[in-house]
Design a protein around this ligand. Sequence first.
Ligand SMILES: Nc1nc2c(ncn2[C@@H]2O[C@H](COP(=O)(O)OP(=O)(O)OP(=O)(O)O)[C@@H](O)[C@H]2O)c(=O)[nH]1
Ligand SMILES: [Mg+2]
Length: 206
Amino acid sequence: MKIKQSDIAASAVHPTQYPSELLPQIVLFGRSNAGKSSLINALIERRNLARTSSAPGKTRLLNFYRIEAVATGGQPLLFYFVDLPGYGYAKVSRDERQQWLKRIEQFLRSDTPKLCWQLVDIRHQPSPEDISMYRLLHDQGYHVTLIANKADKIGRNARAKALSLISHTLEIPLADIVVFSAVTKEGKELLQGQAESYLLHLCEAQ
Ligand SMILES: Nc1nc2c(ncn2[C@@H]2O[C@H](COP(=O)(O)OP(=O)(O)OP(=O)(O)O)[C@@H](O)[C@H]2O)c(=O)[nH]1
Ligand SMILES: [Mg+2]
């Protein structure tokens, strides 16, 4: 897939603020600082369309990026990347946490097809929050792709062990985990391919 155009379409809190144009969505889930915004930028080849920061908690709103792309076979593809605020950010009150969950559940109820990409840092065992997020999505019938991010930060030898820990903790097959790095761009083509197949499949189903 080749990206032709990418723009911010909406920064929303409430469903009334979601973009009015209904398009399929590729949605990024993950802890604060896992690299959700960086992954979007890497895939659309824009340095900082999705705002990133080394301080966790950068993305506080639901950001919709409208993407115009072309499939390898030439078909036009139109969709949103949705950058969600991260969870697991320590400096957040109980009330804010509840609000966050309410917003995410509200968002998941919105009536547009969604492909879910959940990011974890390859160097760490998935947290209880990662596990609940994964289960919530899974139980709601979404196909979730687990992305082990920041692969540039780990040596070849440690990688196999780290992936096996992630696979074991989340109870998902090792082969289903996509290894990614926004720095080396490892995994980029695989994710673009997955996005493309998902979007083309939706077109065929219509
Ligand atoms: N080395 C390395 N650093 C990364 C990678 N991806 C993201 N980062 C860095 O990790 C930090 C957090 O990245 P963001 O993309 O802002 O993370 P986020 O998940 O959007 O965070 P929130 O908006 O707080 O939820 C930034 O300093 C990025 O430069 C990666 O693949 N490799
Ligand atoms: Mg972010």
